[in-house]
Design a binder for this molecule. Structure first.
Ligand code: ZN
Length: 333
């Protein structure tokens, strides 16, 4: 059973998920395994994973067998419990506030072959991966049970991946996580104060400054943010106001998949390694933030680790200025 505990003074949240300790650790502390025979995500091993929830099957092959390009299955070792009663009341007292952690966790398997990084996928598999994200996000939204869903990807031991086969995850929660609430509240405050979107303003200023821009066209902008927490941290945003990833049209999804592949590839070329996370910030299901928020995809290369100083102060030490990082990425195409 999982539960969410909140630190009472500062309010940070922790999911205590004892069952996660049972999951396999391909990475462990040994060198990466090139290919595991027991990989549950490879084509032909479908019976090792739970029944699929979504799949791209170009020749209409039967579910849960070979013949797919991208497929989605439930996570066998979820951090959140499905069984809990929805909306179970918070309990404990003000010093030990706790709440049942109920939610849902998908795994998006991005390729039938045992590829590892998102940059190795065919453009078609990258496109279908983003299509799967959106389809599952909309399905979870329509269940009416969840408040928010986080799309994220962990690659490499440094990125927290426990299996190396290229995959991403979607975690849906019944309550909007505090961090997400804070970002939306700050965006809303800015809008109330200045009458325009912080995110629209930020994009305009980054484009004017130019030095942190990695890529820009009529629809998207990619840049290394001014206060990058890690070397080559990269944000991809829609240029026009668009707060909800659920509604991105198919042409833009395809373009986003390509741009993400391109940025990941530039990061890998620049750093000569491949451990990273990416994640998509979007609005909670029941909030319309079109006027003051932009969804965004954040790539966090894992060249540095959070050590004692970061844990003690909350300040990140980034040895690579984002202005140099952006130049490095532009030249690493
Ligand atoms: Zn595999």
């Amino acid at each position: 059973m999982s539960e969410i505990r909140r630190e009472p003074l500062l309010g940070y949240e922790v999911v205590i998920a004892a069952r996660r300790a049972e999951r396999p650790q391909q990475w462990d502390h040994s060198p990466p395994v090139a290919k595991s025979l027991a990989c549950p995500f490879c084509e032909g091993a479908e019976q090792l994973a739970p029944p699929e929830l979504w799949a791209a099957r170009p020749h209409d092959s039967p579910a849960n067998g070979p013949g797919w390009q991208v497929r989605v299955v439930p996570n066998r070792f979820p951090a959140f419990d499905r069984e809990e009663q929805p909306g179970e009341a918070q309990c404990g007292d003000e010093f030990f506030p706790r709440q049942s952690a109920s939610g849902w966790q998908d795994v998006v398997i991005e390729s039938p072959q045992h590829q590892i990084s998102f940059s190795e996928l065919s453009p078609e598999n990258a496109r279908l991966t983003f299509l799967a994200y959106q389809a599952r996000l909309n399905a979870l939204k329509s269940e009416g049970r969840y408040a928010y869903a986080q799309i994220f990807k962990n690659v490499g031991a440094g990125g927290g991946a426990s299996l190396e086969h290229s995959h991403s995850q979607i975690m849906a929660t019944e309550r909007t996580p505090l961090r997400v609430q804070q970002e939306l509240a700050a965006s809303r405050d800015y809008f109330d104060r200045y009458g325009r979107s912080y995110w629209a303003e930020l994009i305009e200023r980054e484009l004017a400054a130019a030095e942190r821009i990695v890529y820009a066209d009529d629809h998207f902008v990619a840049f290394c943010p001014f206060a990058s927490r890690v070397p080559l941290e990269t944000w991809i945003l829609p240029r026009r106001a668009d707060s909800d990833f659920c509604g991105v049209d198919l042409a833009r999804l395809e373009q986003l998949a390509q741009l993400t592949q391109r940025c990941v590839s530039q990061i890998e070329n620049a750093l000569e390694f491949s451990a990273y996370n990416y994640l998509i910030h979007t609005t909670p299901f029941d909030i319309n933030a079109q006027a003051y928020y932009h969804w965004r995809l954040v790539i966090l290369p894992r060249a540095t680790t959070q050590a004692g100083f970061e844990w003690g102060t909350g300040m990140f030490v980034n040895p690579l200025p984002p202005e140099r990082a952006a130049a490095l990425m532009r030249s690493a195409q």
